[in-house]
Structure formats: C-alpha cells, structure tokens
Design a protein around this ligand. Sequence first.
Ligand code: SAM
Ligand code: SF4
Ligand code: F3S
Length: 464
Amino acid sequence: MIMAIEKTQNEQLAVWQKMHTVLSGFTHTPKAFVQSFGCQLNFCDGEKYKGILADLGYTLTDTPEDADVILFNTCAVRAHAESRVLGRLGTLKPLYERNRDLIIGLCGCMAEEEEVRAQIQKSYPFVRLILGAGAMEHLAEALLRIYAGEKRLTVTELTGTPDEALPTVRESGFMASVPVMYGCNNFCTYCIVPYVRGRERSRQPEAIISEVQQLVDAGYKEILLLGQNVNSYGKDLQQPMPFPELLRQIDAIEGEYFIRFMSSHPKDATSELIDVMLQSKHIEHHLHLPVQSGSDAVLQAMNRRYTAAQYLQLVDDTRKKSPDFSFSSDCIVGFPTETDADFEQTLALIRHVKYDNLYTFIYSPRPGTKAATYAQCTSPDAIAERMQRLLTEQREISEAYNKRFLGAVCTVLIEKYNAETQKLVGKNRHAMNVECDGDPSLVGTMVQVKITAVKNWALGGTIL
Ligand code: SAM
Ligand code: SF4
Ligand code: F3S
C-alpha cells in the first residue's frame, strides 16, 4: 500500500511516544543498522535516518546480524549500484528467517522507482518496509504501523522537504554536510535523479545559516553545502535568494573552518559565484563542475544546455583571476551517441582544463529516461578502451598540474590517520589531498603544511 501520511506536530509527538512504549517493551536493547549508498546527499539523509532511530530509542549498530531494524538507504543512479544493493538485500533473508520480528527496509532513491518496488514486492517478501527518498519523516509512523501488525508497508513522497527539526547523528565530529536544497529540475537525458528526487525545493536561508552557525560553534571545521544543482538554489523561494548571496552570508560566520559545496551545474555557474569564492574567508578555491563530455553534439543529446566553449570560458576566466584555482569534474564515457571523434573532444577538454580530480563513469541506461531509448553506437570493448585512455590521460595531467603547489605552504584540515601508511591525510583549501607525518591526535584540526612532494592523487608535505 502506498500512503502519504499527513501529521500535525501533536500527532507526530504521539507517534514518537507510542514508539518509545513499543521499544520499552523489548526484553533486549533494540538495535538499528543503517547503510547508505550513492552520493553525499544520500549519506546526509542516512545521518537523519540514524538520528530518527536513535531518538526513538534504538541503539545504532555496525552489524546487521544483531539489529532489530535494518535500513538500506539506496542509490539508483547506475544499474551496477542497484544490483549491488539487491544482492546485499538477498543476503539478509536468513536473518529474517531466524527472526520474524526483524524489520528490513529499502529506503532512498531505489524506493522511488516503480519497477524496483514491484520487484521487491514479488521477490523479496522479507523486505517489510519501502520508504522513498522524500519520505524519511514518515519513518517513525511506518515502524509503528508494522509493530501494530501491518505485514508490509510502502511510503513514497516526492514533494516533501525533510522537517528542519529531524534529529541527525553526524558521522564526523569535524566535517558536516548541510543540504541547501532537494530535487532537480534539469532532466539530463541519462539521469534518473529528477524521477527519484522530485523537483527542486530550497531550504529557507535562515534555517541553513543557523544550522551552519551551530556547527561552527560546536567546532566543526568543514561545512559541505549540498544540492543536485546548488546554483539554482533559492529560485523557488517566496523571497528568492541567489546561491552566491547565500554563500556570502554563510561566509560571514566567524570561525576557523572551510566551506565546500556541490554540485554546480555549468549552465548556471557564473563569474559572480567565482568572485564570491575568491573574496571569501572560508570558501574553498575549488569548484566541482561536472562537464560530462567535451563534445557539443553529445552535450546537446544529454540536454546539458551549455557548449564546451561556454564551459571553457568560465574555466579560463577563473584561472585569469586565480591561476592555481582547482577544478574537478564528472565525465560519462560511452553515452549512446558518443563517437570516437566526440571522445577525442573530451580528451582535448580535459587537457585544457587540467582537473585535479575527474570522476569517470561508464554510461548506464536508466529505464524511464530519454537516453535509455537511444541506440548504442559503440561496443562495450571500445567503451572500456575509451575509459582506460581517459584515466591514463587524467593521471598524467593531474600529476603534472599538482606540481604548482611544490614549495607552497597550505592550510590543511587533517581528516584521518592512515594506520597502514602511518600518515595523516587531509585536504587543503583547493580540496587537494595532502599526506604528511604527524600525531593521530591532529585529526580534526587545521595545520600548516609545506608541500614537498607530488603524486597524482595527493600532495606530500611537512607540518610546520
Ligand atoms: N547533479 C550533479 C550534476 O549535474 O553535476 C550530478 C549528480 S549525479 C548523482 C553524479 C554523476 O553521476 C553525474 O555527474 C554523472 O556523471 C553520473 N551519472 C548520472 N547518471 C548516469 C548514468 N545513467 N550513467 C553513468 N553515469 C551517470
Ligand atoms: Fe542528474 Fe542532470 Fe540533475 Fe545532475 S543536473 S542530478 S546529472 S538531471
Ligand atoms: Fe544520490 Fe544516487 Fe539518489 S547519486 S540522489 S543517491 S540516485
């Protein structure tokens, strides 16, 4: 059954109280396991699922074997991601056979796909809850209904903006994600996201700014602002606010921290955005600007709504203002209409831009999208070969371009200690990985590092 649950605040409180009563009747500590897949926005949602479950009285566990509730918070962007989750779900069946009270839930983007729901209904009878990506605030109510006797439940919703007051369990004590908007209006012809996340809904600027202020006050050192296309932030608000203005207001918050954001759609990225970044105190000098292809014909077939020349214009203008500015990107290889000549144009573009990081994906047809109806003009072997060429080329480009930092002194946020290499790993203001020797107690702090070595994936240096 698909239901949209409308609840007043008092009704929600009553649901919460009833769930507390249900869980206090357990003879053991109720435990919950949540695993997220996909993009950073989805991991951010995963922190909210954990927050709700912890608030209801579950202890969070890292192992599904001892959990009373198991939620898979899923990604639908490529077929491979989906089949991995379905495979993992299959391995949970014996757990349900041992414990019929176990609640296994499929949440997130896959839960918004009709074909996936039908497949779960038919072939995964032990999955008792399907909760769509926009329906997370209904989790408590859905669990209560299952405890009250409903065998299986499906809740989907594409228009909701998660309640500002939803509890969150943050995975890190110094890096925090803050969504600024949900959904996407762009309908790139290959992409499933607009179908599983609905249209763009911006959060109120006051709510975002106050969340960032609280995080900075609590000692967070990196704030990652998230949306599928942050550059269209605020267009749907009653009092519209452009993204550069939101950034300006956030940057005014005093403290020692970095601001990052993603993703930026090139069609909406402006020189004003770059100026705000360069004039700011906290915003990184790095832009993730997914290009997808260097061929105008492919970009048009993808419905990206910019040309390679327009894209390069923004890159060149930025580098005139700030020569060491960092760009990273996403690139799809083997889009159905991509010819060898189109692919050569992609190689030419990445040579021109000199990305620090390139995330490469083999095109995966998504049912229901326009490109899924296009005929594939390239064999899988030829696509794999293109991918290899792209990776090799990019490795050489980044290694050569990273040399611009040799001898420089960078502020680095130390993110982790790698026990294997016994090195600290962090990021500088250009979002580049920096590796250095140092005490593990420095994790979560900002240090000054002199860059002394360059590899293709990282810079090496010495803490001053
Ligand atoms: N909203 C972001 C944007 O437009 O830049 C991207 C979000 S998407 C979740 C992340 C990346 O996945 C895309 O930039 C694209 O490169 C890749 N992607 C999306 N759909 C894909 C598909 N059907 N096959 C392969 N890669 C895909
Ligand atoms: Fe997908 Fe395009 Fe939206 Fe990004 S902008 S989420 S690639 S439809
Ligand atoms: Fe993200 Fe995957 Fe959904 S990339 S928005 S989790 S389809």
